[in-house]
Design a protein. Sequence first.
Length: 443
Amino acid sequence: MAEKVTMDKLVSLCKRRGFIFQSSEIYGGLSSAWDYGPLGVELKKRIQNFWWREMTQLNDNIVGIDAAIMMHPRVWEASGHVENFTDPLVDCKKCKKRFRADQIPEENLKNHVCPECGGELTEPRQFNLMFKTHIGPVEDDSSIVYLRPETAQGIYVNFKNVLQTSRLKIPFGIAQVGKAFRNEITTKNFIFRTCEFEQMEMQFFIHPSEDEKWFEYWKQKRFEYYIKLGIKKENLRFHQHGPDELAHYAKKAFDIQYNFPFGWKELEGIHNRTDYDLRRHIEYSGKDLTYLDDQRRERYIPYIIETSAGLTRTVLVVLSDAYDEEVVEGETRVVLRLHPLVAPITVAVFPLVKKDGLSELAREIERGLREHFSTFYDQGGAIGRRYRRQDEIGTPYCITVDYQSKEDKTVTLRFRDSMEQIRVKIEEIPARINEAIKNYRRV
Ligand code: GAP
């Protein structure tokens, strides 16, 4: 991890430039909830699209769905979340703070001493992370619904629907991106762990005998995906779950971890969920969710290999990994080295000066480029400052229109990472930028 990036710098850049704001800030903020501003929403959407393309478009056997956040309450009994989706919680009787028992020093836990104020801690008790609410006007047990703590269950309950309406045969996958909610006891580190977040999950349905093969396949594929997204390889590693880390549904699990400014932490989980989920839904719903395999002449409950990434957590990874500072001509240049396909703005267009028809020409060029890329027009301040403003938000390409442009219909194309500038014909700008995007390599 480059020493240059700290959480303070990231949080302040995100606020200053309109990537991410504290939720309900004018009321003092809501802890652990964040709003995505004009640049943040573009970045998040592009990361989502990058994932969607990778998982669905580039695979002929993976389709998408978008299931409701609220599901029948029996789903969460069947999935095991009502019973097992808990964290051990301890309270401090003095300062009233709450901690996850597994995240405070063992000595404190053993001696019941609060790590913050030295007060007395309660015995650990299990705390269910699902948010519970009611559907309809009557708040009784029959109206309980949960906000989904993972998107995966929306896929499992639609397994038969997708199978019957598409012509997919095992092995095949179903992908989904959406919100998930967890009443986390401790939320910290900006958007890393929040109560409301987004997941990008893919469930791959396979014959039980092939679980090892597909597990290994998706483990490697998902690691390579982050390199494609422009994340530095040295900031990524695998972590295998030990027996006490495994979720209640998993036979085997590997995390892809990222080296965040606060240490190595999980970014994505690859799980062998066996036939646990479908079997439980068969049991609880009474419906037949088995699969008839024509080729094998066999009926079985498919095994599932799951790839489960946090979208909002990936936003933090992408920002953290892209953040760079370097000294240029005696001044610090802050630059986000974002992959051009996820950068909120692809091309910024500037007139060198506002007069002599240069701003009109620059405007015309910028409007023409909107068909191809997300663009931004800026005519305020010295040209060097305009470049710096774009560097700081990760805009990979800038175009400057000058007096020569009026004569020979060429402009300057400047590359964010190298700061190299080349002369390009106006009509060739889209092709040159597309070529640069295609050949983009993270420096
Ligand atoms: N369906 C499996 C599942 O949900 P998980 O390991 O609990 O597995 C998967 O979560 C991913 O979701 C994590 O790797 C992380 O990126 C993201 N995630 C989980 N809890 C989160 C939270 N409270 N805030 C932000 N992202 C979270």
